[in-house]
Design a protein around this ligand. Structure first.
Ligand code: SAM
Length: 357
């Protein structure tokens, strides 16, 4: 099933309606069987080194500015989608370097193609709401050791915000960050590039556009991913005691098992559960909400907090905050809404926190 939700975020943090759509926003344009265990993509663990080896030589980026209060804003640089498409086109023309020729959704207008591409190349509205909430609650993830899991990370704005904040100040607390996305291609094409951009932003290493150039089209800034830059990135992580790992594939018992080091679960061991779980726009499909809740059940520490950002309802697709909260309540977990956003006549969005105790 492919969907056009019609909402992602433009560079000044505003929601933009994407063009070229003939269907009602959010209405499926092609019905096929929904997600099921038979169509699961097998889960795989990826090291930072493995994904570094898949990086392109350079990336183009632009800063996303998220207004956090009436006077403050948060800037998060992210890789440009056109640059991702150029990389995929180059790889398509050279089958020997193309790891996955079926990743064609990036070339289309589709936001989601069920069981093939789950929307991770674009930044979705709720991810900027989650960034704002993380800024408000910064004591929840600074000043103590943490294990953080972002499920359905895509462009990973929340994790990038955490990373750039942690790297901008000295800290002695170990932090482990795991980023999970349905598509390995999303992890290599946008998630890791954005984490590197977050490091450069934190260390003032990004090129700025030349203010003296007032005429002509502005060039999109680019960075070269040189061995020196990568080695400096790794050293900065090491000196801040930050480790990063990645998971690709469907939410599944296999993914949970990988998280627990291949061990049986349930596990309450602090070494493998997460103190902080982040997820934005991951509950749009009713068929995958139970799998998503299973992930929380078996990976969130008993004392941990899961920040979930979502639209109240996903018209045409069917998922909703209510569907999610119904399951959470059946498990006697707690759910608290921390933030509500509504602009114009659009659907309301919430950021809530789920906890087991
Ligand atoms: C709409 S995108 C949101 C991306 C990002 N969190 C954001 O808000 O910009 C949904 C994300 O959920 C993940 N996802 C959806 N269904 C999934 C499933 N069944 N298993 C694993 N991941 C899934 C995909 O990785 C995808 O990146």
């Amino acid at each position: 099933m492919s969907f056009k939700f019609n909402f992602d975020i433009d560079a000044d943090g505003e929601d933009v309606e994407t063009d070229g759509v003939e269907t009602t926003p959010g209405v499926p344009v092609e019905q096929t069987p929904s997600n099921s265990s038979t169509s699961r993509v097998s889960a795989q663990l990826h090291s930072l080194d493995e994904l570094i080896s898949k990086l392109p030589p350079h990336i183009a980026f632009s800063p996303l500015v998220i207004p956090s209060t009436s006077t403050k804003s948060i800037t998060i640089p992210r890789r440009e989608l056109f640059d991702v498409k150029m990389q995929l086109m180059t790889e398509d023309n050279n089958p020997s370097t193309n790891p996955n020729q079926s990743f064609s959704a990036a070339f289309t207008d589709e936001d989601i193609r069920t069981n093939t591409y789950e929307g991770g190349l674009k930044s979705w509205e709720c991810s900027s709401d989650l960034v704002k909430q993380l800024a408000t609650d910064s004591e929840a993830w600074t000043n103590s050791p943490h294990r953080i899991l972002e499920l359905g990370c895509g462009t990973a704005l929340p994790s990038c915000y955490i990373l750039q904040t942690l790297l901008a100040t000295p800290s002695d607390h170990p932090v482990h960050l795991t980023l999970a996305d349905y598509n390995i291609d999303v992890l290599r094409l946008v998630t890791l590039p954005n984490l590197i951009l977050a490091y450069l932003h934190a260390t003032n290493g990004l090129p700025t556009t030349d203010p003296s150039v007032t005429e002509g089209p502005e060039e999109t800034p680019e960075i070269e991913l040189t061995p020196t830059l990568i080695s400096d990135f790794l050293s900065a992580l090491q000196s801040h005691k930050i480790t990063i790992s990645f998971l690709s594939g469907s939410w599944s018992p296999a993914m949970i098992s990988l998280i627990h080091g291949g061990l049986d679960y349930p596990s309450t061991a602090d070494e493998t559960t997460y103190s902080l779980l982040l997820a934005s726009e991951t509950i749009y499909s009713p068929s995958s909400i139970p799998d998503f809740v299973d992930m929380i059940e078996h990976t969130l520490a008993n004392t941990g907090k899961g920040y979930i950002a979502a639209k109240d309802i996903y018209f045409g697709v069917g998922g909703s905050v209510k569907d999610f909260v119904d399951i959470v309540e059946k498990k006697s977990w707690k759910w608290e809404i921390l933030r509500e956003e509504k602009r114009g006549v659009g659907v309301s969005r919430v950021v809530g926190v789920v906890s087991k105790s």
